[in-house]
Structure formats: C-alpha cells, structure tokens
Design a protein around this ligand. Structure first.
Ligand SMILES: C[S@@+](CC[C@H](N)C(=O)[O-])C[C@H]1O[C@@H](n2cnc3c(N)ncnc32)[C@H](O)[C@@H]1O
Length: 275
C-alpha cells in the first residue's frame, strides 16, 4: 500500500466513524476536566484569547468553536472531514455565522492571512501528511498569528482508563485499525521540529491533567467512545471485556467511583510578525 493509499484508508476510517457517532468527543471532554473545572476546550481557547478570526482544524461537532464564540471571537471557521460532525456544529446557535467546511486540513479552502489564530484539539495527531497540514496552517495565518494545539491524552496511573487499556490492548492487537497520523505529533521534540521547519517560533508547552471521577459504568462508556480500536471488536468481545472491566474496577473504586485521570499536552506558538 502506498503512503497516499494508507492516508486515504485512515481518513475513510475516521470519516465513517465520526459520521456514525458524532459528538462523542464533546461528551468525553465534558467528563474529563482540569482540577478547577475548566474543560480542555476552555483551556485551549484561552491560549488564543483576543484573536478575532479563528480557525479550528478537525473541528468535530463545533464544541471548541462554541467556546471561542462565547469568549468573543467573531470570525470563526472550522474544517472537518466528517459531514456528520459538521451537521451537529451547524445546529449550534453560537455558530450560525461560522464558516464550517467539509475539507481536509491538508488543503485548507481559505486565502492567505485569513486568520489571527488557528486551534486544533485532539485532531492533529490523527492527520496524515502533517507537514502539509502545518504548512497550510502557516499559509492561512496572518504574520504574528498564533497556533494552539492539544495533543496526547495519556491515561494517568491508577485511573479507570488505565485499567480499561490493560484489558483491551490484547484485543486491539488482534484487530488493528488503520495506522492514524504521524507519530512525530505525539512527542514534544517531534512537533517542535515540524513547527520550526514551517516557520513557527516561541513554542511553549503546558501539561494539563484532566480528571474527575465516575462510576465504573460511566468510565466504561467513556472508554468505549474514546478508543477508535473498540469499533473493530465483535459484540461478544465487547460484552466479555465489559464484564471483566466492571469486575476488576470494583476493587479500585472509592465510594463507588473510579478516578478518570488523563494527561494532555498543549503547544502554543506563533509566526514571526513579518513574513
Ligand atoms: C478526536 S476528534 C476531535 C474533534 C474536535 N476537535 C474535538 O476535540 O471535539 C478528531 C476530528 O478530526 C477530524 N479529522 C481527522 N482528520 C482530518 C483531516 N485530515 N482534516 C480535517 N479533519 C480531520 C475527524 O473527522 C474528527 O472530527
């Protein structure tokens, strides 16, 4: 399979999945908050505070764009390859004036210097040909424009998600999904190199812990929605995994609740003030 074929297969997989189950990410984010109650959407929106024209790459159901709209951004745009996600975004009252397009982040349908900021929440690390995505981002940003990206989301030690992964990984290994994205986006060094090569400067990194607690059933629902790999499992495999998860989770609960900890990384950077 050529690299282009692999990229197409990965996008097809993502498109179908998000068309079938839009809004899953928004539910997940709402259930995993910073210690002060903010969501990672709010945290990311604050990284581009004051920007008026903002583009969201892989905007999904528009939850982050809605936060930006409530924070005062007026020239909002989003691209996503899933029409199902975009249909949900278009129904949001905050986004009636937003420019929402079914498009690939590798081929942004916008002119040069169209945006003061670009944001991307948990989507960059799924994208093929990431050099092209970052080059397109630099093209549509104005000089001095900002880019803020959330990547990562690793389950924290002792969390319900960690237990889920311990039990699910052997099954995932038997039914692999198409390889998604470019692993360089999952490390600081890798992403720093990609951003610097495209002309971005002053890169800062912040670690955020997203947590809270939930009943084992809630943590199970979140995990099933979060991991794309679960979509290749047969119904009986999922039922057996659920039984095992709930049995093992019972030993980890405190007052009937499991911790949901997860760590993400947020990179913020900008273009030089003149090209
Ligand atoms: C994990 S979801 C995150 C959605 C949204 N950013 C959020 O956090 O709620 C990843 C999103 O990226 C979109 N996506 C994946 N590859 C893409 C690409 N090459 N161009 C545009 N969108 C893409 C998917 O359709 C999906 O909606």
């Amino acid at each position: 399979m050529t690299t282009a074929d692999a990229a197409r297969a990965a996008e097809e997989f993502l498109r179908n999945l998000h068309n079938r189950a839009p809004e899953a990410m928004g539910r997940y984010v709402a259930a995993h908050r910073l210690p002060d109650g903010r969501t990672s959407y709010q945290f990311l929106a604050e990284r581009v505070a004051g920007a008026r024209r903002v583009l969201d790459l892989g905007c999904g159901d528009g939850a982050l764009l809605a936060v930006l709209a409530r924070d005062g951004a007026t020239g909002l745009a989003g691209v996503d390859i899933s029409e199902g996600e975009l249909a949900v975004a278009r129904r949001r009252p905050e986004l009636v004036d937003a420019d929402l397009r079914e498009a690939r982040a590798q081929e942004l349908p916008f002119a040069e210097d169209s945006f003061d900021a670009v944001v991307c929440h948990m989507a960059l690390m799924l994208m093929a040909d990431v050099e092209q995505v970052i080059a397109e981002t630099a093209r549509v940003l104005r000089p001095g424009g900002r880019l803020a990206v959330v990547v990562g989301a690793r389950s924290a030690e002792g969390s319900g998600l960690e237990l889920f992964l311990e039990l699910a990984r052997p099954l995932f290994a038997q039914r692999p999904i198409p390889p998604l994205g470019d692993r360089r986006t999952r490390s600081r060094d890798g992403l720093n190199e990609l951003l610097t090569a495209a002309g971005f400067a002053s890169i800062t990194w912040e670690e955020i812990t997203l947590g809270g607690s939930g009943t084992p059933e809630q943590v199970w629902d979140n995990a099933i929605e979060k991991y794309y790999d679960t979509t290749t499992l047969a119904a009986e495999e999922i039922a057996a995994l659920r039984r095992e998860f709930l049995a093992r989770a019972a030993a980890l609960t405190e007052d009937g609740l499991l911790t949901r900890g997860e760590r993400s990384a947020v990179a913020t950077t900008r273009l030089p003030a003149s090209r």
